[in-house]
Design a protein around this ligand. Structure first.
Ligand code: TYM
Length: 333
């Protein structure tokens, strides 16, 4: 039987943190053999908010290096940069014309992000989900492994695909979101009531994948917890709960084992042991990242190879869509 196709994306903005790693990247790596995989660095999504051009370019390369270092194997997974395949923007425009404004206005991520930006909000940020739908639908994707925050966008993708199919006949595959049971929403260390986020720049908010051991230790020691003592998984105590979830994912131990291990111990011990676990958990990735980035040309070669591989698939889908919608082709001869 043919393998199911997975597509997912990640923005090359800010610093990639353990929320991105535990909620998405590590899952992509874990199921790589099971599926046919396409992973995209979504730089067109990144420019929906202001970016420094030099930094955006370097973050795009850094992210490709990090994905490889985390274990994405270019022989099993195709990795490419969104702006290298023009069909993403082209299909997004067409999909725009099939998405009612009301659907977009319901997107909670836009509401949150636009509140932060106030009058600087771009039309691109509002339209972000149409571009994401285009990413997914171009490749007849079966499964979209993402964190909890992207679920609503995948649902909108399904809705627009269904709407288009109902007008023009079967064109797009209807994708399913794949959300992890644990770690779908890692919370900020400084504020465990809000999601760990790349756009948050408070120094103790997130552990980044390239943080030094000292940085990791300090951030985790400073993490906000409550004044209770008992070490238990308990969603009504978001601070300690978040630290224990991170512990669970890095240690691969069961919740019972973890609670037994910390019985009679305090939050300080949890923090110290967790920091050690995260430092050791990220060490191999950090070492591989150093080796991989010694030859920056290799990163560029991979980017090019990935884009070349997916271009024909994307082009075929866009040409099918254009034909159905009635966009005339120039007939030669
Ligand atoms: P982005 O770049 O914000 O995040 C990349 C992935 O990390 C997940 N994630 C988290 N998971 C758990 N806890 C957190 N605190 C946390 N923060 C982020 C995200 O859910 C995501 O899976 N719109 C997407 C990128 C995108 C995309 C796509 C994804 C563009 N096109 C097509 C899937 C399919 C985004 O901004 O991800």
């Amino acid at each position: 039987m043919a393998k199911k196709r997975v597509f997912s994306g990640i923005q090359p903005t800010g610093n990639i943190h353990i929320g991105n790693y535990l909620g998405a990247i590590s899952r992509w790596v874990a199921t790589q053999k099971e599926y046919e995989n396409i992973f995209c660095i979504v730089d067109l999504h990144a420019i929906t908010v202001p970016q420094d051009p030099t930094e955006l370019k370097s973050k795009t390369r850094e992210l490709l290096g990090l994905l490889l270092a985390a274990g994405i194997d270019p022989d099993m997974s195709t990795l490419f940069v969104q702006s290298h395949v023009k069909e993403h923007a082209e299909l997004a425009w067409i999909l725009n014309c099939f998405i009612p404004m009301g659907w977009m206005q319901r997107m909670t991520q836009f509401k949150e992000k636009s509140q932060k930006q106030k009058e600087q909000v771009s039309v691109g940020l509002f339209d972000y989900p149409a571009l994401m739908a285009s990413d997914i639908l171009l490749y007849d994707t079966d499964l979209v492994p993402v964190g909890d925050d992207q679920k609503q966008h995948v649902e909108l993708t399904r809705d627009v695909a269904q709407r288009f199919n109902s007008i023009y006949g079967p064109t797009f595959k209807i994708p399913e979101p794949l959300i992890p049971q644990v770690g779908a929403r890692i919370m900020g260390l400084d504020d465990p009531t809000s999601k760990m986020s790349k756009s948050e720049d408070k120094p103790s908010h997130a552990v980044h994948l390239l943080d030094t051991p000292d940085e990791i230790l300090n951030k985790i020691r400073r993490a906000t917890t409550d004044s209770q003592k008992e070490v238990k998984f308990d969603e009504s105590r978001p601070g300690i709960n978040n630290l224990l979830v991170i512990y669970e994912l890095f240690s691969h131990k069961s919740r019972q084992e973890i609670e037994d291990h910390f019985a009679g111990k305090g939050y300080a011990e949890v923090k110290n042991e967790l920091a050690e676990l995260v430092i050791e958990g990220l060490r191999p990735l950090q070492e591989r990242y150093k080796e991989l980035t010694e030859d920056p040309n290799e990163i560029d070669r991979l980017m090019e190879k990935g884009a070349e591989k997916v271009k024909p698939v994307a082009a075929a889908k866009v040409s099918e869509v254009k034909e159905k919608v009635g966009l005339a082709r120039i007939c030669q001869g």
